[in-house]
Design a protein around this ligand. Structure first.
Ligand SMILES: CCCC/C=C/CC(=O)SCCNC(=O)CCNC(=O)[C@H](O)C(C)(C)COP(=O)(O)OP(=O)(O)OC[C@H]1O[C@@H](n2cnc3c(N)ncnc32)[C@H](O)[C@@H]1OP(=O)(O)O
Length: 358
């Protein structure tokens, strides 16, 4: 089988998650195969003799001669998969996927009464989701899909559920802008894919306001319980960006095109009760009894036979899956372009100059 573009992109992404240094030989091999797969045979002049690293890289790339790009891509994917024990694997295979709890302070995974709970734990920043957290959540979902829990719950610590994407995600990374946005789009795509493919019942406990991507992926959950202090806000247009999390497909289906447009295009913030009336939220509880009532509900549900619940979910969800993956890919492609736009750059600058809040 020939590796697809997506297999290759995933392999490139996995290399960035390497927990251990694979050693110089492996790094040179990865470099050479990557260059060959993306640019073809070596096309740059030989570096000077004292540029040891440049020379070693050039030698490794040149040694691949006229190996076709497709073969180099396949070899790269195969080689990365042979390195898997030292990866933090986002594929769900390998030792990392079987860890019960990913080691992260900002995304905490706990287990209670056959329920795996994934908690966004950055209350001082309103649980804004950093680049690392997207990867941690993806891993946590992969691990939860294989653990022995019956239900998985998502919630936030503090007075916010989540303020969505951390707006500094693009200001503290290295590399060219194009490369950073391409990596971000791939990370986002993998993140959303892990919700689309999650095989067990997935429940959100929305303990407070939810913004941006924290709202959009709710359309991929099986139940959404909200405190009456929660609000739901997707201010994409004012940020110069466009909907993600498959919301351009799920929201019109859930609430009808007019209500979806009000939220996703005009950025209308809605209350928990409005979200419930529109079908995005399953049930709203008074804030002071929210945890108690929602947990009583979940504990009872978790006693259901797990296989029946899984198969039930499969029947409800599997038919639209291909469409969801296509929507996710397209949303990420469009966003990648938007991030480069003047509208988006200005909106983020305004936020950090403290002039602009939602
Ligand atoms: C790579 C994949 C990309 C996927 C794309 C997803 C799109 C989205 O998710 S769009 C939504 C982005 N989110 C926002 O625009 C929210 C921005 N935040 C705010 O408007 C306000 O912070 C708030 C209304 C959420 C809360 O206001 P409040 O006055 O109560 O608290 P603050 O003092 O503003 O916040 C405390 C602290 O937290 C920082 N912070 C809050 N949210 C974010 C955020 N989204 N990104 C970065 N930082 C955030 C805020 O700056 C404060 O920090 P300091 O204490 O250091 O000043």
């Amino acid at each position: 089988m020939v590796a697809s573009e997506k297999d290759f992109e995933n392999a490139v992404h996995q290399v960035k998650l390497l927990k251990e240094d694979p050693g110089n030989d492996a790094k040179l091999k990865l470099y050479a195969l990557y260059k060959q797969a993306t640019e073809g045979p070596c096309n740059v002049p030989k570096p000077r003799v004292f540029d040891f690293l440049g020379r070693a890289k050039w030698d490794a790339w040149t040694a691949l001669g006229s190996l076709p790009k497709e073969t180099a891509r396949q070899n790269y994917v195969d080689f990365v998969s042979s390195l898997r024990p030292s990866l933090t694997s986002s594929s769900g295979e390998g030792p990392a996927a079987h860890r019960s709890l990913p080691e992260s302070e900002d995304v905490v995974v706990t287990s209670k009464d056959s329920i795996t709970v994934i908690t966004l734990n950055r209350p001082a920043k309103k649980n804004a989701i950093t680049y690392q957290m997207y990867q941690d959540i993806t891993l946590a979902l992969k691990a939860a899909s294989k653990d022995n829990s019956t239900i998985t719950v998502f919630t936030g610590n503090g007075n916010y559920y989540s303020s969505g994407n951390d707006l500094s995600n693009f200001s503290n990374r290295s590399g060219s802008l194009q490369q950073m946005y391409a990596e971000s789009a791939l990370t986002l795509r993998n993140f959303v894919d892990s919700f689309i493919d999650f095989p067990k019942p997935l429940v959100a406990l929305v303990n407070g306001p939810a913004v941006g991507i924290a709202v959009t992926v709710l359309g991929l959950f099986d139940a959404v319980y909200a405190s009456d202090r929660a609000t739901f806000h997707t201010p994409f247009s004012s940020l110069g960006i466009t909907p993600e999390g498959c919301s351009s497909y799920t929201f019109p289906k859930i609430m009808g095109p007019a209500k979806a447009a009000e939220m996703l295009i005009f950025g209308k913030k809605i209350t928990a009760r409005e979200a419930c009336a529109q079908g995005l939220v399953t049930e709203v509880f008074p804030h002071n009894t929210f945890q108690k009532e929602a947990w009583a509900r979940l504990t009872a549900y978790a006693k259901n036979p797990p296989k029946a619940m899984r198969i039930g979910k499969q029947l409800l969800r599997s038919f639209g899956k291909e469409t969801l993956h296509a929507v996710n890919a397209e949303e990420c492609r469009v966003l990648q372009e938007r991030w480069l736009s003047e509208e988006c750059v200005n909106a983020i600058q305004t936020f950090f100059s403290k002039k602009g809040k939602l």
